[in-house]
Structure formats: structure tokens, C-alpha cells
Ligand binder design. Structure first.
Ligand SMILES: [Zn+2]
Length: 167
């Protein structure tokens, strides 16, 4: 398992999601990220924000608590989207091993934020933001798929590009 801190590693940006200060990722999964990056134009950079997080760590406990509050807020905001709670608030494998990664995209040095309000961003808002950068998003997702990553099928999860390395 590799431990990445904020900054850059082999051409890949690393920006651990708050409150974490590092990203843990399987070596071969990271190698595949580097391969994915090599397929993209220089103006497009991958930014790894989340990898393995142990359930029993402080971070794991923090995620559990934010999940508890998050689910309640989400269901209040979007009562019709209760069926998405598991996809959005489940750990999606992050507490299993370092092959589950959340990736962001940096375009011309600027991070693209498709979820200005995190997972609480409405689907309409997500689509509006994504529409401006559809070409780039599709390029990144295609490259990830070609390198053996599977992208989460839930729209919100796929916007904060949650992907699993399948080999
Ligand atoms: Zn994820």
C-alpha cells in the first residue's frame, strides 16, 4: 500500500479529502492511475482525493458520523432519492482495500467541481456544471475504463469520480 501526501506524485496530483492528510492506495492501482494520466492531454490532470480508509481509524469514525448526519440531511432534501442512500453514503469499498479511489479532474490548473455542495448538490445542478465540461469528463472516464477501472453507476458518485480498479 502506498501512502500519498498532498502534492504531486509521478504526474498525478494528490489532494486528500478533508479531514484526511493522506491517501492510501494499492501500488498497482496507483500504477494504473499513472497509466490513465499518460493517456490524457497535458491540460488534463488527475487528482486523487480518497483511497483506503480503515474503519477503526479516527478518520473512519469521522466518516461514520458524517454519514449518519449526511443520510438524514439527504433524505430531508431529497425524499424521493432514498434509494440512492446506500450508493452515496455507503463506504463503496473504501474501508476494504486500496483499489477504491475517488478522483477529481484538474483542467488547465483549475480543479473542476461538479459537486459544489458535495453529495447534496441537486442532480439538475450537477448536470448543468457537467455539461460545460462533458468532453473532458468523458475523456477521463474513457481513459480510466481502458486502464481497468470501473466507474460507479450512481450519478452523484460518478461525478466525484468513484472508481474501482478491477484489473
Ligand atoms: Zn468513493
Amino acid at each position: 500500500m502506498l501512502e500519498l501526501v498532498k502534492g504531486e506524485s509521478q504526474g498525478i496530483r494528490v489532494g486528500p479529502r478533508w479531514p484526511s492528510s493522506k491517501v492510501l492506495i494499492e501500488q498497482n492501482t496507483f500504477n494504473k492511475m499513472v497509466e490513465t494520466q499518460s493517456m490524457l492531454p497535458p491540460s488534463v490532470r488527475l487528482l486523487i482525493v480518497r483511497g483506503y480508509e480503515s474503519k477503526s481509524s479516527n478518520l473512519g469514525v469521522f466518516r461514520l458520523l458524517s454519514r449518519w448526519f449526511g443520510v438524514r440531511l439527504f433524505c430531508t432534501l431529497y425524499p424521493k432519492r432514498k434509494n440512492e442512500v446506500t450508493d452515496i453514503f455507503g463506504s463503496n469499498g473504501h474501508d476494504v482495500d486500496g483499489t477504491h479511489v475517488d478522483v477529481s479532474v484538474v483542467l488547465n490548473g483549475k480543479r473542476l467541481r461538479f459537486l459544489p455542495f458535495g453529495v447534496f448538490t441537486s442532480l439538475t445542478r450537477q448536470e448543468a456544471v457537467a455539461a460545460q465540461h462533458l468532453v473532458v469528463i468523458n475523456k477521463v472516464k474513457d481513459a480510466l475504463r481502458q486502464c481497468g477501472f470501473e466507474i460507479h453507476q450512481n450519478q452523484t458518485e460518478s461525478m466525484q469520480i468513484h472508481c474501482d480498479y478491477k484489473g
